[in-house]
Design a binder for this molecule. Structure first.
Ligand SMILES: [Fe+2]
Ligand SMILES: [Fe+2]
Length: 398
C-alpha cells in the first residue's frame, strides 16, 4: 500500500516536471527576441517568462558595457534621510518669497487679466503652488522611473545590464524619498499626477517592449527631468532645493547615459520600418509632453488655491496667449527642457529628415546639430558628484 502511494506521488512529480521542461523549451525559444534588440547587452526576455533567467549559460554572458557605471555607484551614494547629506528642516519663507523665478515657472502670471486680479502675496502663492505642481509631477516621474528600472531587472538577460538596472532602481527609490521629503517640508502633500504625464508613464512602464521603455523613460522622461532639474537649480531661491537637485542630477546623468548607449548601438542597425516606428512613437510622446507644459486645464486645483476660477484662467489664457508663440519663445533659452529633449533625440538619430519639420517649427535644428553632445546639466551633476564623494569619504573615516 505504502509502495503504491509512493509510486503515485513520484508519478505526479514526474508529470509536473515534464510540464516544466516543455515550458522551459518554449520560453527559451522565445527568449532574447524582444522587439528591436540589436545588441547583446540589451537582450531581453518576455516579462512573463522567468525560466530564461535561470539558464546556466546566461550567467557567463555578461558584457562589460555597464561595468564603469556600476563601479561608480558608491561614489555618488546619498541618503535623503541622513542630515550629513541633506537637512529637510532648513526653513524657507513660503508666504513672502518666490521659491522659483515666476518668469520661468509661472506662466499664469504672464496673462495680464490674471496678474492684475492678484495681490503680491497671492502672486507668490500662485507661483509657489504652481511649482508644487511641477515638483509633484517630478515625484510621479521618479516613481515611474523606479517601477520602470525594476521592470528592466525582470527582462534584461545580460547580468551586467541587470545589475545596472538594479542600481538605478535603488537610486530612483531615493529620489522618490527625497522629493517626498521636500514636498512634505514645503507644502505637506503632493498634487495628483496630471492626466498627460500619468498616461505616458503608464504606457511606458507597463509596455513589454524594450525600445518603448528605453526611449520613453531613459531618453525622453529622464531627459525632460535633467532639463527641468537644471532650470529649477538655476532659478530657485531655496538652497535646500538646490542641494536636492544637485544630488539627484548626479544620479540621473548615469541613467541618461544608459539610454544613450542603447541608441548608439541600436538605431544604426534598425531597418527602415523599425526606425520609422521608433521615430514616430518618440515624436508622439514628445508632442504630448510639449503641449502639456502650457496646459491650464491640468492645473485647476492651483488656481482655486488663490481664489481664481479655473474657467476664467483658461478663457484668459486662450484669449491673451498664443501657445505656439510661448513655446517658441521659451525654446530660445539654451536650457529649455524641450530644446534639451529635441537635442537628445537629434543626437541619437531618432529625428531624421522625415520628422525634422515637426521639431523645426519650434527650434533651430541647425543650431542644435552644431552643439556638443553633452547632456544638459552635466556641470551641476559633476559638482554634486564631487560633494558626494567627499561626504562619503568622511563618513567612512568617522
Ligand atoms: Fe530619478
Ligand atoms: Fe533616473
Amino acid at each position: 500500500m505504502v509502495e503504491l502511494r509512493q509510486r503515485i506521488d513520484f508519478a505526479k512529480i514526474f508529470a509536473r516536471d515534464q510540464v516544466f521542461k516543455l515550458k522551459r523549451a518554449w520560453q527559451i525559444s522565445k527568449s532574447g527576441k524582444n522587439a528591436m534588440t540589436k545588441d547583446p547587452a540589451y537582450n531581453a526576455a518576455n516579462p512573463k517568462h522567468f525560466i530564461p533567467m535561470i539558464e546556466k549559460e546566461r550567467y557567463g554572458e555578461r558584457t562589460e558595457t555597464f561595468d564603469q557605471m556600476i563601479a561608480a555607484t558608491h561614489k555618488h551614494f546619498w541618503d535623503p534621510n541622513d542630515k550629513r547629506f541633506i537637512d529637510f528642516d532648513q526653513p524657507f519663507d513660503m508666504e513672502n518669497e518666490y521659491i522659483v523665478d515666476p518668469r520661468i515657472f509661472c506662466i499664469e502670471l504672464k496673462i495680464p487679466s490674471v496678474a492684475e486680479k492678484l495681490t503680491e502675496k497671492q502672486k507668490i502663492k500662485l507661483n509657489n503652488e504652481s511649482f508644487r505642481w511641477v515638483l509633484s509631477q517630478i515625484l510621479h516621474g521618479e516613481q515611474g522611473a523606479l517601477s520602470l528600472s525594476a521592470s528592466l531587472c525582470h527582462i534584461l538577460k545580460d547580468p551586467g545590464a541587470q545589475e545596472y538596472a538594479a542600481n538605478q532602481t535603488r537610486e530612483e527609490a531615493r529620489h522618490v524619498t527625497g522629493f517626498t521629503n521636500y514636498i512634505k517640508a514645503r507644502w505637506g502633500t503632493p498634487y495628483p499626477a496630471g492626466p498627460t504625464l500619468g498616461r505616458i508613464l503608464e504606457q511606458v512602464v507597463s509596455s513589454d517592449v524594450v525600445y518603448k521603455k528605453i526611449v520613453g523613460m531613459q531618453m525622453l522622461i529622464e531627459g525632460l527631468a535633467m532639463g527641468a532639474f537644471g532650470m529649477a537649480h538655476q532659478d530657485t531661491n531655496d538652497p535646500l532645493l538646490k542641494t536636492l537637485l544637485k544630488y539627484t542630477m548626479s544620479d540621473e546623468a548615469f541613467h541618461h547615459k544608459f539610454g544613450k548607449i542603447w541608441a548608439d548601438r541600436t538605431i544604426p542597425k534598425l531597418n527602415q520600418t523599425e526606425r520609422n516606428k521608433v521615430e514616430d512613437w518618440s515624436h508622439t510622446v514628445f508632442h504630448d509632453l510639449l503641449y502639456n507644459l502650457v496646459n491650464p486645464w491640468e492645473k485647476k486645483l492651483i488656481y482655486e488655491s488663490v481664489g481664481l476660477d479655473h474657467k476664467f484662467v483658461t478663457e484668459a489664457f486662450m484669449k491673451e496667449m498664443d501657445r505656439d508663440d510661448i513655446i517658441k519663445e521659451e525654446m530660445m533659452q539654451s536650457n529649455n527642457i524641450f530644446r534639451v529633449l529635441c537635442k537628445t533625440l537629434l543626437k541619437a538619430n531618432i529625428i531624421t529628415e522625415r520628422t525634422r519639420k515637426h521639431y523645426a517649427e519650434f527650434v533651430d535644428m541647425e543650431e542644435l546639430q552644431a552643439e556638443d553632445d553633452e547632456v544638459a546639466g552635466i556641470d551641476i551633476a559633476n559638482e554634486g558628484l564631487d560633494i558626494l564623494e567627499k561626504i562619503n569619504k568622511e563618513r567612512k573615516v568617522a
